[in-house]
Design a protein around this ligand. Structure first.
Ligand SMILES: Cc1cc2nc3c(=O)[nH]c(=O)nc-3n(C[C@H](O)[C@H](O)[C@H](O)COP(=O)(O)OP(=O)(O)OC[C@H]3O[C@@H](n4cnc5c(N)ncnc54)[C@H](O)[C@@H]3O)c2cc1C
Length: 397
């Protein structure tokens, strides 16, 4: 329903161009005691602690000759690996093709890819599509990795770029990637044709010092400004619990990362590209003429790259959600009513709901944290639950 209206709240007025009623995430089975500790969480299926492979500056997408060997590096995409996927893979393959000419490699040259995340698997398929046929992937693991746990939000929100030039380069990768997903959605992508759809994203309109959802940099702005995704609109969202907020609506792609990784596996199998489960101790141990280093956080050691570091993302996978009615994303900073003032960066969401895997809540963005501090993890899981209960309009007890 679209309404032209002006909404007056205690702090601000916003002109509203939509009024939408949304199903709230169901959190009625989550309870807290008087100290604020979680007593029951019937709403939660699984708690996940996972690490984003951050890299100071930009991801490393480069090619070098080491004697007769060509090494291509493709790692360090932080919390935006899926968002930068096709642009990064295309760039890495193009760099490799230049080197392959120099080295006079033909399409039967043996290629080893280290890493079975989205970078490793997508680059393997892309190389095959380009004509190279002698490819193998070596990976420590391909479950519990960032690529599989990723929430699947196409947005530039979690990179460590440090200046305008780096930002522009990342935006170029992002825009090339968006074009890739548009092809996936239309069924014209050469590698996969599933697991991606357009989705509405809601973030706050409140100003600093106000309560409720606050204005947030969503990472969709560069696409909307370039006219590649719809311009945002301001309006009102009313949840099925009765709570309502002035909010800003964007649109972006939702990438169902579990579906996409499964599709990659199926396509790899169909092309006889093996995934060998081994840990590589050093790049020197790989003797093939070509090595693609897609090892994510592993590149800190393998490529002696001091710019690589972990960023902790905690996720709560939900149980018993009416998922068909929850086809939206909430990505917003949030000031809980009555709570001490939160200080969070303008581009990091406190309320982060994604419809992946039965629905999930999260995610935290804790820099230089390897996820082993269980007390901190539990405190953050509790905060996520408490604030989501408040945001979605449930009483705290
Ligand atoms: C909680 C969370 C939420 C996220 N949400 C989003 C999102 O909404 N949108 C988005 O765009 N991105 C998101 N990301 C980021 C995205 O998931 C990553 O940027 C991306 O998955 C990185 O892919 P990768 O292939 O480089 O690394 P990974 O998926 O980490 O894979 C690395 C691979 O290298 C292997 N490896 C490492 N070292 C070695 C070694 N020595 N020997 C052999 N194998 C090795 C590993 O076993 C693994 O197979 C999120 C990440 C997390 C953790």
């Amino acid at each position: 329903m679209v309404l032209a209206m002006t909404l007056f709240s205690s702090q601000a007025s916003h002109s509203a161009s939509f009024y939408e009623q949304l199903q709230a995430v169901e959190l009625g089975d989550t309870h807290f005691d008087a100290q604020g500790h979680v007593t029951t969480t019937g709403d939660i299926d699984r708690k996940v602690a996972c690490l984003r492979p951050m890299r100071k500056g930009l991801p490393n997408i480069s090619a070098e000759s080491v004697g007769e060997q060509v090494r291509v590096h493709l790692y360090g995409h932080g919390g935006s690996g899926w968002t930068l996927l096709w642009g990064s893979v295309n760039k890495a393959v193009a760099l490799f093709e230049e080197k392959a000419k120099e080295h006079k490699f033909n399409e039967l040259v043996p290629i080893t890819i280290i890493g079975a995340g989205c970078m490793g698997k997508a680059v393997a398929l892309s190389l095959y599509h380009t004509g190279f046929q002698n490819i193998r992937i070596i990976a420590e693991q391909d479950d519990s990795i960032a690529s599989l746990n990723s929430t699947g939000y196409l947005a530039m929100v979690s990179l460590a770029t440090e200046n305008e030039s780096e930002k522009k380069q990342a935006e170029k990768l992002a825009i090339d990637t968006l074009k890739g997903y548009q092809m996936v959605e239309k069924g014209t992508h050469p590698i996969i044709n599933e697991g991606v759809h357009l989705i509405d994203v809601y973030s706050g309109l409140g100003k600093e010092g106000e309560e409720g959802p606050l204005e947030t940099y969503t990472g969709i702005e560069p696409y909307a400004e370039a006219g590649l995704l719809p311009k945002p609109e301001n309006g009102v969202v009313k949840f099925s619990t009765g709570v309502s907020y002035p909010m800003r609506k964007y649109q972006t792609y939702f990438m169902d990362t579990k579906v996409l990784m499964k599709a990659f596996d199926r396509e790899l199998k169909a092309r006889n590209i093996p995934v060998i489960h081994e840990t590589v101790g050093s790049l020197e141990d790989i003797k093939t003429y070509v090595v693609f280093n897609c090892s994510g956080l592993g590149a800190a050691k393998l490529n002696h790259d001091e710019k690589v570091y972990p960023n902790l993302g905690l996720l709560l996978e939900l149980a018993h959600q009416p998922l068909k009615k929850l086809d939206y994303i909430i990505y917003t900073r949030y000031q809980p009513p009555g709570a001490p003032k939160r200080v969070s960066p303008v581009d990091k969401a406190d309320i982060y709901f994604m419809p992946r895997s039965g629905g999930l809540l999260g995610a935290t963005f804790v820099d230089h944290n390897d996820g082993t501090d269980n007390a901190l993890n539990e405190a953050l899981f509790t905060r996520i639950l408490r604030e989501n209960k408040q945001f979605f309009g449930y009483p705290l007890n």
